[in-house]
Design a protein around this ligand. Structure first.
Ligand SMILES: Nc1ncnc2c1ncn2[C@@H]1O[C@H](COP(=O)(O)OP(=O)(O)OP(=O)(O)O)[C@@H](O)[C@H]1O
Length: 285
């Protein structure tokens, strides 16, 4: 992928320390236009904290964050209208009907896509006359996602956006996410525990473990270069190959190539298997 010079989101050596907990640790990452970054990590790994720091909702303890080219603590109002965010638990607009909520929300955004709005209302079978507080959890989530995506934000940050959506709604949402990144040159950062969704839509995988970013690379490269090796007697791992986890003679590595690991047994993993292999020693079976 050709990368234009300016990232839409940049973390440089960012740490966030809560009183007795380091939620993110010396984390650096760059998101460019067109990237759909799937963020994967165990509960408590620091995903929401990373997202909230990126939006300026919480301040990092150290390091620099640049969002849409501006320091995150001094975001202009123009930049703010270019950011979409759906937290784990949306929402607001209680006391409004769906149509009134959408009318008010869309009035803040000149780029509002009425076609996408109409399409989503239809596809997700949302009743425009329904009170927002009476919607099901999944319906509210669809509405929150529609509200965050229909103004085509340059940076879209979604914290477990599909947890309450049914498989059909999820599929539709995922393809719209992809379209947004490709057509509008936006960058998307989304967390999900549903690894098959991540596999289907993400261009890049960001893998967090205990506050650290242990892997950040294109999905295609993840498939080719992250392998589970089974070491035989006398096997040693070349310096260029990065060990992500080790349990007995099973070693999860990044930067694998057949040339770097001659004659070694190397297993390809899907994302779920990768996730399990990464955490294996911490949760002995
Ligand atoms: N406001 C806070 N005060 C103290 N500790 C916090 C605060 N917010 C988060 N933490 C801690 O920071 C760590 C990372 O939390 P975070 O919510 O970022 O995890 P997560 O990866 O989003 O988890 P999940 O998948 O469960 O949503 C956790 O140990 C959490 O308890």
């Amino acid at each position: 992928m050709d990368m234009p010079l300016a990232p839409l989101l940049e973390f440089c050596d960012v740490t966030k320390q809560f009183v007795d907990k380091t939620a993110i640790s010396k984390l650096s990452i760059q998101l460019y236009p067109g990237m759909v970054v799937g963020l994967l990590g165990q509960n408590g790994a620091g995903k929401s904290t990373l997202m909230r720091c990126a939006l300026g909702i919480i301040e990092p303890s150290s390091g620099e964050i640049t969002t849409l080219g501006e320091p995150v603590h001094q975001l202009s109002s123009e930049a703010k209208t270019q950011i979409g965010y759906v937290p784990q638990q949306p929402f607001g607009y209680e006391g409004f009907t769906v149509s009134r909520a959408l009318a008010l929300h869309s009035s803040f955004y000149p780029n509002w896509d009425s076609e996408l709005e109409a399409d989503w209302l239809l596809r997700f079978d949302l009743d425009e006359d329904q009170q927002v507080q009476r919607m099901s959890v999944g319906q509210r989530q669809s509405l929150a996602l529609m509200m965050a995506m229909a103004y085509k934000p340059k940076l879209l940050i979604l914290d477990e956006p599909v947890a309450s959506l049914d498989p059909i709604a999820r599929r539709k949402f995922m393809s719209d996410l992809f379209d947004l990144a490709i057509e509008s040159g936006s960058a998307v950062l989304f967390s999900s525990h549903i690894t098959s969704d991540l596999e289907r839509v993400a261009s890049h995988l960001a893998l967090m473990r205990k506050g650290e970013l242990v892997l950040f690379k294109e999905m295609d490269s993840v498939r080719e270069e992250v392998k589970l090796l089974t070491l035989a007697e006398g096997d040693s791992i070349a310096d260029e190959v990065r060990v992500l986890n080790k349990q007995g003679n099973k070693v999860l590595v990044d930067n694998y190539s057949a040339a770097r690991c001659p004659n070694m047994q190397a297993e390809s993993l899907n994302l779920e298997q990768l996730f399990v292999a990464l955490h294996r020693s911490e949760t002995p079976q």
